[in-house]
Write a protein that binds this ligand. Sequence first.
Ligand code: AMP
Length: 179
Amino acid sequence: MARLIFLGPPGAGKGTQAKVLAELLAIPHISTGEILRSAVAKATPLGQKAKDYMEKGELVPDELLLDLVRDRLNQPDAHNGWILDGFPRNVSQASFLDSLLQEMNQTCECVNLEVPDEVLVARLLGRGRSDDTPEAIRTRLDIYHKETAPLIGFYRERSTLRAINGDRPLEEVTESLKR
Ligand code: AMP
């Protein structure tokens, strides 16, 4: 049974690797960024609230995400495990997830994909997503270092945290993750 949190900066390859691994393990890949992008594309109430934050590279407010994550982890397809990609992004989201998993009598493990900032910027600029402008990239990296990176310590204390060098060819990273 795998319940995995993928930590790591924007552009580290979390989405790509999570997709591959989730398919191998036959568990859902749950990306809050993808859920939000799809809500924006469909202009749902959630999408309308999230859009401006996302374009600027800021985090959307926690309250838009907490119920959404709780509901998603309670879906039948998540009973045999999951990979969370892009959540939690700050200590308050991590505490929420901690209590949610306790309620559900579940534990999880954490993978930290490590990639140096200069490599990230080059990757993100090459990706061409609408929030991959130089300005939004700078904001996302700043927020990552201030709000998300502290979760490395949080998970080191609470559960298994494994660091994986993400600055390698895609297939090599996948091999490390499988191991
Ligand atoms: P991602 O696809 O993970 O890079 O997320 C894209 C954007 O969606 C982020 O820059 C945030 O604006 C928003 N987002 C995704 N996940 C979260 C989260 N857990 N908390 C707050 N905002 C999020």
